[in-house]
Write a new protein. Structure first.
Length: 199
């Protein structure tokens, strides 16, 4: 047991602060029950903070604020990298990331080609919603975000305020990206984005 503790501790100490660890990162070092015990012990020693079941953080410390937590987007991206899955923000999260709403969504919803699951981090939840591969036909992150925002707003909900705010993001998209990838969006969204781009 002590050798398992030392190996896990060594790996965590060598890593940078702010990194995430998953219980199954250490699967080859021992049984899942042993690994859980070790991680729980390291949590008591303040080397790790448990974010959710099986997910731990090596915290950054701020002299005034104490533990500095990564934001939900950083956590979601680290989980996706570990799972070798693609993710894309959708729904209210897409609106928030584009500055179209100031309300931080309590449930951050991501489309994924990996496993479907919900992960609770404090008062917020990350929802990975499994989708078909063609949902990732738009490979440019910003264009994907803009299209998701239009879908969330709906054709009937397009206000002048929404269009003028989203226009700033549309203008940042490269023309070659629009020419090659916009065709994968619904036709009504293609028309709206083209209008904004050309105005």
């Amino acid at each position: 047991m002590e050798s398992v503790v030392n190996k896990i501790k060594e790996k965590i100490i060598k890593s940078g602060r702010g990194g995430l660890f998953f219980a199954d990162d250490f699967a080859r070092l021992g049984t899942s029950a042993n690994i859980r015990k070790v991680l729980s012990r390291l949590e008591k020693d303040n080397l790790l903070v448990r974010l959710a079941q099986g997910i731990y953080l090596k915290p950054k410390q701020d002299p005034l604020l104490g533990v500095v937590y990564p934001n939900i987007e950083e956590i979601a991206n680290q989980i996706a990298n570990r799972d070798k899955a693609r993710i894309a923000p959708t729904g209210v999260l897409a609106l928030y990331l584009l500055g179209l709403t100031t309300q931080v969504p309590l449930k951050a919803v991501y489309l994924t080609d990996g496993s479907q699951r919900d992960i609770k981090i404090g008062k917020r939840t990350i929802k990975f919603k499994h989708t078909v591969p063609k949902s990732f036909a738009i490979k440019d992150g910003l264009l994907h975000l803009v299209v998701s925002a239009f879908k969330e707003q709906g054709q009937e909900g397009l206000s002048e305020e929404f269009l003028s705010t989203v226009k700033h993001s549309v203008k940042k998209i490269e023309k070659q990206v629009l020419d090659s990838q916009l065709k994968y969006a619904p036709v009504w969204i293609q028309k709206e984005i083209n209008k904004l781009y050309q105005s």
